[in-house]
Design a protein around this ligand. Sequence first.
Ligand SMILES: Cc1ncc(C[n+]2csc(CCOP(=O)(O)OP(=O)(O)O)c2C)c(N)n1
Ligand SMILES: [Mg+2]
Length: 540
Amino acid sequence: MTERIEGHGGELALAALRAYGVREMFTLSGGHVFPLYDAAHKGGFPIYDVRHEQSAVFAAEAVAKLQRRPGLAVLTAGPGVTNGISGLTSAYFNASPVLVLGGRAPQFRWGSGSLQEMDHLPLVAPVTKHAETVFSPDDIPRAVTSALTTALTPHRGPVFLDFPLEAVFSVSDAELPALPGIAPVEPDPDEMAKAATLVAAASRPVIIAGSDVYAGDAVDALRAAAEALQVPVFANGMGRGALPPEHPLAFAKARRTALKGADVVVVIGTPLDFRLSFGDFGDAQVVHVVDAPSQRAGHVQPAAAPAGDLRLILTALADHPGDRADHAGWIAELRSAEDAAKARDAEEMAAETDPIRPARVYGELRKVLARDAITIGDGGDFVSYAGKFLEPAQPGTWLDPGPYGCLGTGMGYAMGARVSHPDRQICVLMGDGAAGFSLMDVESLARQKLPVVIVVGNNGIWGLEKHPMRAMYGYDVAADLQPELRYDQVVSALGGAGETVAKAGDLGPALRRAFDAGVPYLVNVLTDPADAYPRSSNLA
Ligand SMILES: Cc1ncc(C[n+]2csc(CCOP(=O)(O)OP(=O)(O)O)c2C)c(N)n1
Ligand SMILES: [Mg+2]
């Protein structure tokens, strides 16, 4: 059923956004987008504002990733849009359904040199699934509905619309289109059967589950497939926590042993990129399960590559009627490697060193984090340690920047996470270098009463760059930061609070104070600059 609506361009856009379940906007002010504010303000639609457009897009992305619904950022024309491009690109790499609505200089005098007159589309087209200028107000509901459908259709991703000034300011009436509904992509049954037969017959299979397993709401189907075929499961990105850490098939630390020994590696819902040695697992056969045919790898030839709705594919794996090899010995072997690695980790996480090493920060943090806490990583080595030592207990609780590896997600992701989950712990793990990109947005968080905890691993350097550069050249440049800088005082000045911790024994009480503070609170941990995250490649 369609409905007719009347209003200015902002009101027409908002009606379509609401109909699709968009529940808030993230923005930084600019006259070109005032009608969107006017509609939101009059309609009781929440507006969260930020101090840099990158934070608006990252906040929208956090909403999209955590809640599996569209996240919205509204950016003013020209510099507003260009400041959002790293966020859009991250969303593109992460397949996050983000909608960016941009202002745009007036069309009727295009070419005469209006303020911020530029065509955004050639800039955003390569990092969006769809980018369009909507020239007429009565076309806005159609454009918004269709853009959101594109964003939510697997393989998901960001979309962009801009509205010339006169289109968004003028009044019109328009049809509000009915929601089209997104049909599941039907996978090819032969490819599914091939995959199931391979996994069932394997002696030492391994599953690696990535972000699309969560995004595609396929967590239960993953668990059913793993249990039915008795396959150990590792995870990355938003897939982390898909199986709770205490599940007999959940593994995290024995990855090297697993990938070295496996005869079949099943990679589900994540690309065969640098994080997975480009899909090269030695002699093991690769099964690549993707949510759309476009996601099949071009650089490797997997033994099977079913593409389509992940729930359907994983359910078909679980229901595989043929014989299954027994994997009990393989699982036991991995479990003992996992337990040994856990014991080593536990020692590192308890170490009483001076200066503090990052491992101890995570040892203490684990004692105060609730099972449903959202943890956000923004930084270099300090965040690599977070990935190693934190164990997300539920899916949809771990936000990393993803394969685009963009520093600066911190406060934007924190804002999106707090808005998504008003009652949970939100904890940002930040390098001191990363802090420089977004810390000013603590002001936005404090002013809008969005408390979060920020733990800075303050080693006084761009650690992930300094150590490799020294290893490569014997010297380093452009890799130092001011040592022992009081990032906690920055946060206090911006309306939050915080403290600096230099002794391992003081970490626990400081973290407890942070979670009780009720305002943005930064724990500035002075960590050992000599400590480098061990990597097999210097350019990881
Ligand atoms: C926007 C952006 N600029 C630069 C980089 C390159 N880079 C990756 S990690 C890193 C160092 C991060 O330093 P810090 O946040 O202090 O964490 P540490 O490694 O010291 O723990 C840099 C500069 C990047 N990934 N993204
Ligand atoms: Mg650092």
